[in-house]
Design a protein around this ligand. Structure first.
Ligand SMILES: [Zn+2]
Ligand SMILES: [Zn+2]
Length: 70
């Protein structure tokens, strides 16, 4: 088997980078040159909140916090 690199994010064969964090092979579009990691790791590093990945909830407040004043 020769080197078979597919971008871990978009599955295209033109991979140019290896993520420093998770080791994924990723294409140029999905590699952050500043951090040296793939776009998935960038999301984890910058996001830091895996409990709400898509923002399905409208409010960012934890339950039980009553900050609303009328
Ligand atoms: Zn890609
Ligand atoms: Zn990564």
């Amino acid at each position: 088997m020769s080197v078979s690199g597919l971008c871990e994010v978009c599955q295209q064969p033109a991979v140019d980078h290896t993520c420093d964090r998770c080791g994924n092979l990723v294409c140029d579009r999905h590699f952050d040159a500043e951090l040296g990691v793939c776009s998935e790791c960038v999301a984890e590093i910058r996001g830091g909140d895996p409990s709400d990945p898509t923002g399905t909830s409208d409010d960012d407040m934890p339950d039980g916090v009553d900050t609303y004043e009328y």
